[in-house]
Design a protein. Sequence first.
Lengths: 131, 164
Amino acid sequence: MRRWAILILTFAMPLTSPMACGGDGCLRNSDCTADKQCSSAGQCVLRDAPAANGGEGGEDSTPTTGGSASSGSGGTAGVSGKGGNAGTTTQAGTSSDEHGGAGAGGEGGAIGGEGGAAAGAASDISLGGAL
Amino acid sequence: MVAAAAAFGLVGLAREAHAEELLMDGNFGLGTGLEGGDPGTGMQWRRARLRVLGGVDWRSDEDKADAFGLRAFVEVEKRASVGAEVRYERWMARDFGVWAGLTGTIAPETLFGGGFGCTAIIPFGKKVGLFIEPSFQAMPLGSDTPGDSVLIWALLNAGVRFGL
């Protein structure tokens, strides 16, 4: 019994000792509470402490994205003897300049195939995609 | 004939596999000591946090001098931290060995390093004993140390060791 008492005292004493780890100072960040860290002065300080001069202002938040104009793709030529497939309507390129202006339109679709004339007007109509 | 040869081979393999066995020893104890570091104001020492540790040692019955050990520990003071240690042990005698290994904590902050130490066992019977384990470890890596400082542990662990 006495042996156990000595054992308990031996291990419990450091918990209440003035030499106990920590105190006011710190050696490790985990010595401090979760919102603080150990500074180079050996004291716990707030992790995100504001700068003394109030900090710098933020950047402007109006991004400018330059648009890229894309031209329309030309239609494919029709097979000889049949009506050529007309070029599909081309989509106007979307573009914007630095100031957000409208982009230039894409080029028109390609002309229908050569055979389109022979096959008659039943073939798809080619629409120019210019806007 | 083929079946007999296969059976003979299997028996041979089984005997060979059976020849080497892993011996396991469990450990459970407490530890503390001194903890030193330089946050920027010079080297400072204080008592290390009390820790509870447990682990296992593995060694072959054919080569009992070499062993690998794994320890997990929890520092129970301040903000409790959780860590582990893997070590290579060289047993110079049945009840005394030296070791070196890697140590780290993973929560609430990370801390990594390595160290060395020795283990002395006071046997109580065939499978149970008390271990006393002084060690020295340096921890230069991780988010737990302020700046580029190195945390140093001079620890003394003690507890129960038992065969598994």
